[in-house]
Each structure stands twice: as C-alpha cells, then as structure tokens.
Design a protein around this ligand. Structure first.
Ligand code: FE2
Length: 238
C-alpha cells in the first residue's frame, strides 16, 4: 500500500503526519479481516515525490530506481516485519525509531525504522532544479551560524565526505543554531537532540552506479543542483 500524502515540498511536520497516516491507513485496511489476521500496524512507504528520471543527470533513473524501489522499500518492509512481533501501536515512524534507539535489544528495529524515515526525508529534500540560494529565516540563520551560504555548503560537504563508511550528512538545528553534522549507518540527529532540516545520503548505494568512488562529486552536484531549500525552510518552521 502506498500513501498519496506526500509532495515535493513536504515539510517535516507533514512528513511525520504522512508516515503516521500511512500506518493508520494500513490498520484501517486490515479491518474486516478475522481477528487472527489483523496486522498490528504497518507503515506504507510514501511514493517518490517525482519520477525516477527527474533528478538526471545528477542522479540517474537507474540509481533512483534501485535506491527507492529496493533499498528504501526493504527498510519499510523490515520495519513492518519486526513490528509484527513487537507492536508499537499508534506510534509514528519517528517515535518508533526514537524509542528503539533507547533499547540495545531493539537495534534491528532502530536501524530499519530510522533508515525508512531517513530515506523518505532525503527524497523530499531533493528536487529537480534545486540548489541556488535559500530565502527568509533559513538564509538568515545560515548567515548567523556559518557566516554565509558558501561556508554552510563547505561544512555540509566536509561532513558528507568525511563520514567514514556508510551514513548521512545533515543540516540540523542545535541549540538555536544551524550545524552540519554527520551520522553513521542509520543514525539520525534527533537521537542527539538535534532537529534535521536536510539530509544527504552518503551510503555507496546512493551514488556508486553514477559516481563510483567519487563521493565528493556526488555531494557537490547534489548541493549545487538538487538540494531543496524550501523543504529545509519548512522544517525550520515546523
Ligand atoms: Fe540510501
């Protein structure tokens, strides 16, 4: 089942609502079945907010197809599979991974639920014809926190390129200021009390088909041509 509640300009609040709604839709869809066939709760993977080829030539349709239909889908499927035996009814996907992060025995749930969330956040933080300059309060905070957009992009690039192995680079709010942070594997800034505004996936599956080992080229192209500043601005206000 897929939710139709996402859009290219999905804000973090709308994103949370969409992922929660997806779970509720799945629950509603299970009503009417015999009690023993009821699914506890399932999160539906939101649709991509653009066609597979929309981000070319920066990210190929081939990469998007595998990354969304295989990798992202597997994280949702695994999350739902684990939740069948560990019901966390009524929780948003965000709440599920934040709760799982507190429990060392729930590492598989954390990894899959956080990756499902991170990927949907990443897809919505990209758009065809992105890049350019942020506006409004986001632009002001970038100036205050980094001394300008160029320094902000440098900091994000540094975080993305220096993340050792798989992980993520993020623009996040910490203590009222913006920061470029990185997390390993399925990590998410929210587990450190930071509020994510944008994500760059630096797992090899995000760029290897198009850029092979040249992660820095992928990051540069994403920041210059795809990054969705309107999505970041909405998250700042959320
Ligand atoms: Fe990924």
């Amino acid at each position: 089942m897929q939710s139709d509640q996402t859009s290219p300009n999905l804000s973090r609040r709308e994103f949370v609502a969409a992922t929660a709604a997806a779970g509720l839709l799945s629950m509603a869809g299970s009503l009417g079945f015999a009690k023993d066939t009821l699914a506890a709760e399932a999160f539906a993977m939101p649709p991509l907010p653009y066609p597979d080829n929309a981000l070319e030539p920066v990210i190929s349709a081939n990469t998007i197809s595998f990354h969304y239909s295989k990798h992202t889908k597997l994280y949702y499927d695994n999350t739902n599979k684990i939740l069948e035996t560990k019901p966390m009814a009524g929780m948003t996907l965000e709440k599920v991974f934040l709760e799982a992060a507190k429990d060392a025995a729930a590492m598989a749930l954390f990894n899959n639920a956080a990756q499902a969330w991170n990927h949907t956040f990443y897809w919505n933080g990209l758009k065809a014809g992105g890049g350019g300059e942020p506006k409004g309060k986001l632009a002001e905070m970038i100036h205050e926190s980094f001394g300008g957009l160029e320094n902000c992009l440098k900091a994000l690039t540094e975080a993305a390129v220096t993340q050792f192995g798989s992980g993520w680079a993020w623009l996040a709010v910490e203590g009222g200021k913006l920061a470029a942070v990185k997390t390993g594997n399925a990590g998410n800034p929210m587990t450190n009390g930071q509020k994510p505004l944008l994500a760059i996936d630096v797992w090899e599956h995000a760029y290897y088909l198009d850029y092979q080992n040249r992660r820095a080229d992928y990051v540069k192209a994403v920041l210059e041509k795809l990054v969705n500043w309107e999505f970041a601005a909405k998250n700042l206000e959320a």
